[in-house]
Design a protein around this ligand. Sequence first.
Ligand SMILES: [Zn+2]
Length: 164
Amino acid sequence: MRALPGESILGSFVNATDAELERLHLPWWYDATLWESLDYLGWTDPQAPERGYLVAETSFGLVGVVLRLPKNRPHGRRALCNLCLTQHQSQGALLMVARRAGRAGINHNTVGTYICGDLACSLYVRGLRRSFGGGAMPETITVEHRVARLHENLEDFLARVCVE
Ligand SMILES: [Zn+2]
């Protein structure tokens, strides 16, 4: 993804409440972000590990979403990230839930999907990080294809959050 200024990132959130916006900060490593290796910017709130943030460029614009991560994390179960299809040992992929944008969100309408718990799908698809005990599914497709698939899945997920 292209490098994004902090204001664009903080201004991209479609499903955040005023209270959430108030406590929203850029990730501490923002200045060292390796943009060219990322398909989305993802981080968790160091003060509230059950709160995650994901920002990506889509065909319908720059979209940021606030995610709720589970407080109690299941042990011992393998889980697959629905965005990058990396398989993880327990806790490596978590069910993350986004309030939908606009009126749907006010009515507590949410969209959930399993995502790499460290929000580092971009690194897994490029082989820059390996999952513990799980690993990529045996596939013969290229990194470019994996990246393209991640973009598609990301776009689908974010569209479901944005659609009223
Ligand atoms: Zn992933």
